[in-house]
Design a protein around this ligand. Structure first.
Ligand SMILES: *Cc1c(COP(=O)(O)O)cnc(C)c1O
Length: 347
């Protein structure tokens, strides 16, 4: 099996991580005079578990993965940033990504002073596997893929993703933020046999916890250990862990089913409108739609109090709006507003 240690920055491989008071004593009961906390119990006076053991056990059961393969971040955004901090030497290494895709890969690259090589998607937003392989070089430390992809809404074939994981000599991040809305199965089953694979998932979309900021990196235990050493010790707070735990126990399968059903209702209604040129197939909780005049339609919807994402200035998405699937009554409002736009344009 491949050795991922050679992808790790020297400073990180040599790091002596911060040791918290709770690292040095593990017991549950006792008189805690070790962390300079306030002794007055208000529910939050104690530091959170830096290893998030209880939450990891719960997520492990849901994902069918050992806890040692789970990193919990302050949003997936923290995990994305940590990929740079763990693997990429600033001004020396590079990462490769598809474009258009999620904007944070580029921002995290810029903040970490790491070159990002963006490879445009192929025809109909297909995965440009050969072009990606062609730009990966000996300084490439990570390849960022997103499936289902934001903003194009499509998933890439599992065989093509895994071919890249196997063929490149670097880490491969597959961002599965929208996997719960897809027909395709997650790649998490592949991490046991592919130590260079990092699968990102998030509580922000299907799980309905965007406000709590919890994202997951699912990977080889060595990768999880490295990311855990570099993160802020208390990156997930006590309140968040409690609320996430309660919401995880409730589940969201009904909501996900509703959103998928509404996605086909909205897609069908959109396709019937004359100014809609293309409704791209979606494996996510949004639709990418190409229209005759994206800016004009965007402004019309704003006037009706409906905010969508105008992607017309994103290369490869010219003329496109990205529309999140809402509640049934919100989607009705959207369609009604689009029909009014159609009428006002005919006159
Ligand atoms: C929304 C989204 C995320 C979620 O990020 P969080 O920081 O977990 O909220 C991650 N990746 C993609 C592609 C997304 O669209």
């Amino acid at each position: 099996m491949r050795d991922i240690n050679k992808y790790v920055r020297g400073a990180i491989a040599a790091l002596t991580p911060y040791s918290t008071a709770r690292d040095e004593y593990e017991g549950e009961l006792g008189v805690f005079l070790d962390a300079n906390e306030s002794p007055y119990d208000n529910g939050y006076n104690r530091y959170p578990d830096p290893h998030q053991k209880a939450l990891k056990a719960q997520i492990a059961a849901i994902k069918g993965l050992p806890a040692e393969n789970i990193f919990i971040g302050n949003g997936s955004d923290e995990a994305i940033d940590l990929v740079f901090r763990v693997f990429c030497e600033p001004r020396e290494d590079n990462v490769v990504a598809i474009a258009p895709s999620y904007g944070m890969y580029k921002v995290a690259a810029a903040i970490n002073d790491v070159e990002i090589r963006e490879v445009p998607l192929g025809e109909d937003f297909s995965l440009p596997a050969d072009a990606l392989l062609a730009v990966v070089d000996e300084n490439t430390k990570a390849l960022f893929l997103c499936s289902p992809n934001n903003p194009t809404a499509n998933s890439f074939p599992r065989e093509e993703l895994m071919r890249l994981v196997e063929q490149v000599d670097c880490m491969v991040v597959v961002d599965e933020a929208y996997i719960d809305f897809a027909e395709a199965e997650s790649l998490v089953g592949e991490i046991a046999s592919h130590p260079n694979l990092i699968v990102l998932q998030t509580m922000s979309k299907a799980w309905g916890m965007a406000g709590l900021r919890v994202g997951l990196a699912l990977a080889d235990s060595r990768v999880v250990a490295l990311m855990s050493q570099v993160k802020y010790p208390y990156n997930i707070n006590v309140a968040t862990m409690q609320i996430v735990s309660d919401l995880l126990a409730k589940g969201v399968s009904d909501e996900v089913a509703q959103i998928k059903q509404q996605r086909s209702v909205v897609a069908k209604a959109l396709a019937e409108l004359p100014f809609v040129e293309r409704v791209y197939p979606s494996d996510a909780n949004f639709l990418l739609v190409r229209v005759a005049d994206a800016d004009a339609l965007y402004d019309h919807l704003i006037k009706d109090g409906i905010i969508v994402r105008n992607r017309t200035r994103v290369k490869g998405c010219e003329g496109c709006l990205r529309i999140t699937i809402g509640l049934a009554q919100e989607n009705v409002k959207l369609i009604e507003s689009l029909k009014r736009y159609e009428k006002s344009n005919i006159r």
